[in-house]
Design a binder for this molecule. Sequence first.
Ligand SMILES: [Zn+2]
Length: 463
Amino acid sequence: MKNIAQFWDDAIVPSLVEYIRIPAKSPHFDQAWEKNGYIEAAVQLADQWCRKHALPGMKQEIVRLPGRTPVLFIEIEGKAKGNVLMYGHLDKQPEMTGWLEGYGPWTPRMQDGKLYGRGGADDGYAVFASISSLKHLVEEKRPFPNIKILIECCEESGSYDLPAYLEFLSEKIQTPDLVIGLDSGCGNYEQLWGTTSLRGLVNGVLTVEVLNEGVHSGDASGVVASSFRILRSLLERVDASDTGVVKHAVFHAPIPPERNEQAKKAAGVLGEEIWRKFPFAGGMQPMAADLADLVLNRTWRPMLSVTGAEGLPLPANAGNVLRPKTALALSLRLPPTVKAEGAASQLKTLLEKDPPYGARVSFEYGQAATGWHAPQTADWLLSAIEKSSNEHYGKPAMWMGEGGTIPFMAMLGIKFPQAQFLITGVLGPHSNAHGPNEFLHIGYAKKLTACVADIIASSGTEP
Ligand SMILES: [Zn+2]
């Protein structure tokens, strides 16, 4: 553990600082990513760092399929039996507003053991932590299985480039016995958290057009319906505005009993931190009083968010105009076991049918990513996770679903149904991936690296 902590301070943190400076926004948020070269810069930085810290017998390459974001692929031949696939990504979410004075997405800043800046925690640290865990095993002369590390650059856009790479690299990847995904969350910074499920996601743009051009609202209101009001009624078809409950059964899935139990346990450990970790404004209260219900709300229940808008001027520029159209970006999170493609087409039908007043309504969905539900965790893995958490954090491991989506996990779950999964990560309270003031909790990441090392070593001795 001491070596790992030292390596983090000496070799990883300085490179993460450089990485944070690179605005390597995912293709979805930087359509000219190829020309801009930031993704290339990020993958080069990681590639060069790995070369510098190469382990014995390590092979690495930046794999490039035409027109697609690159993949950094690393192979390390192990001395123990088995095959482990490790996963992370280097592309980032866009800037977002709301960064504190003196902080910024591309301005790395270390404060109280936390490295602030975009992409450090989601998910730049993954490749560095992976190599660090293996380096530790090499130094301690503990055998480990064959390792493949796959670092993609398209995750925040729904990993649409990944199936092609999985196909292209299938002979090298072979069949993993254990998948370690380092792109997930943790309930607190005090113990190891295993992710049991991820939600799926459908996002798209809902547009309502009522006029060919804007007109005087005093003249037209009462004759021409407001595009915003039509949007309100269309959204009401999806969820109830007073409760947030998504109405249709097609967007719901039964919650397995053991996940219910784990949610209660997680609620017991986390207490009100479950909701207090969010920066609630004023007297704002969470959506449910029961803490386990809040865990299930964010992991197993569909929820709708409006994430962007078009056709609305800023208040200072708003004249008394009945505007011709309003468009909203919608993000519908889905339970882990709901198929996203089907849900997306159902959502389209639901929103477009019988438009009020015959308005021109369209819902064009971009991303439809199915969630992921962990297979039964094998006993050896359960005890390895438990042991490493106790050893490095001094507390037992915890299990909880996460509310976000990692499309790669669904792809792997289908492709390798026999594989075991350890999906974990550093996205704990206030780390705020995707929002402003994202940070990487360095102390937590060091211990996580040590846990990952131990679990990889155990996987090589598993019966
Ligand atoms: Zn991520």
